[in-house]
Design a protein around this ligand. Structure first.
Ligand SMILES: *Cc1c(COP(=O)(O)O)cnc(C)c1O
Length: 414
């Protein structure tokens, strides 16, 4: 069985966790501080703040830029549900815009058209590790004096060229970038997140809010030579990362270069080997972007039955996943007012799949995936053709969804 993903964890991580446990300091402490310093250096950020996961990072990012009840945040529907949930946790509503024609990232033109007087921020997502068009997004954000939050959950190690300069995602190019260390991402701490920013005021807010709004950190109080009475300056949260997690994260960071190099190699193999399979297209990487290939997403001809293909692959021992979800199609976000066409997002959800990709994957396993996919695609094309002949398959995804949307009266906000 070839899994969709597999975290790369070894003795070094186990030893680091072991050492953290035996140090006697297991909650947020010196290992978290060291992990933050390592992370900031790696992505080139002036400030990095570790938190419990990327969803809490996104929540703090929204709160820092002042997102609150009645506000709108422009983002994609075509993302993991946490992107939208973080906005709603502030009492604000997401305004969903579509993705670009040639990829899975937010369409800057759609962002520009979606701005209203209630827009408080723009939240872009470097989806499955592929950098967004930050050059275009920054231009729009600056022109309208709007903060840009980067959901970089999947994008540790990804690179982008902005103003002729190559840099890592998380510098950050926008105002704040948020990362995830969930095992499904490129490196992991079990659960974990990181915020990066250039703004020292945001940095101070994140540190305050992540530990109950407390005036002094645990480590500072612990080290104090005289008695300290803390105070609670603002209403905060418990969004802390533990020292056990951070010690694992430091080892993982040391492996990042090797992991990303291998992932890029596998993606290049896939690109080359999948090119001749009919009815399938490989992902597009702009010349100003270098993905970390957190996921490798292939596009299917709309005549191919996505679920049947995935089942056929699974039966042959190859695990795949449906491509990125659309939040507006889930009950949890069904009350979001839809103002803009999301047709490309819907098509991407329904006509793309993610292939297995992890650093430990052997070239033989990559070849197995390709061979199995070639066979299953041949079957799927045959099934698609015969269904078409019988007239039972309607390939009307595009016009159908558009027509449904046009026929539906716009829901009231709230
Ligand atoms: C995984 C993911 C998140 C959530 O990250 P957690 O660390 O699990 O909270 C948010 N946004 C995107 C785009 C993701 O892929």
């Amino acid at each position: 069985m070839i899994p969709i993903a597999k975290p790369l964890l070894g003795e070094a991580e186990a030893q680091a966790a072991h050492n953290a446990v035996l140090s006697g300091w297991v909650s947020q402490g010196p290992q978290v501080a060291a992990f933050e310093a390592d992370f900031a250096a790696l992505v080139g950020a002036p400030h990095a703040v570790a938190v419990s996961n990327c969803t809490t990072a996104l929540h703090l990012a929204c709160q820092a830029v002042g997102v609150g009840p009645g506000d709108e945040v422009i983002t994609v529907s075509h993302s993991f549900v946490a992107t939208g949930n973080a906005i709603r946790q502030c009492g604000a509503m997401p305004v969903f815009v579509d993705i670009e024609a040639d990829g899975y990232n937010i369409d800057p033109e759609a962002v520009a058209q979606a701005i209203t007087p209630r827009t408080k921020a723009i939240m872009c997502v470097h989806q499955i590790g592929m950098p967004c068009d930050l050059t275009a997004l920054l231009l729009i954000a600056r022109a309208h004096d709007l903060p840009l939050i980067e959901d970089a959950a999947c994008a540790i190690g990804s690179e982008i060229r902005v103003d002729g300069q190559w840099g890592k995602i998380g510098a950050p190019h926008g105002d704040i970038a948020c990362f995830s260390f969930h095992p499904r991402k490129v490196i992991t701490t079990g659960e974990g997140g990181m915020l990066t920013t250039r703004n020292p005021e945001y940095d101070a807010k994140f540190r305050l809010w992540r530990q109950h709004g407390m005036s002094i950190s645990d480590t500072a109080r612990h080290a104090a030579a005289s008695v300290v009475f803390e105070s609670y300056i603002e209403r905060g949260y418990n969004y802390r990362m533990t020292d056990i997690q951070a010690s694992v994260g430091r080892v993982q960071l040391g492996r990042l270069d090797m992991i990303v190099r291998r992932r890029r190699e596998i993606a290049a193999h896939y690109d080359a080997m999948l090119a001749e399979i009919e009815g399938l297209s490989t992902p597009f990487e702009p010349d100003w972007a270098r993905s970390n290939w957190q996921s490798y997403c292939v596009r299917l001809d709309p005549a191919i039955d996505q679920r049947a293909l995935m089942q056929g692959l699974l039966d042959q021992g190859v695990t795949t996943r449906r491509a990125i979800m659309c939040m507006h199609m889930e009950p949890a976000q069904a009350d979001v007012e839809l103002r803009h066409s999301l047709i490309r997002s819907e098509q991407a959800r329904d006509h793309a799949i993610l292939l297995p990709l992890y650093a430990q994957m052997s070239d033989a396993e990559v070849a197995t995936v390709v061979d199995t996919l070639r066979d299953e695609m041949a079957k799927a094309r045959g099934a698609g053709a015969s269904r078409r002949k019988r007239g039972t398959l309607k390939i009307v995804a595009t016009s159908n969804a558009d027509a449904v949307r046009a026929a539906q009266p716009m829901r009231e906000p709230g």
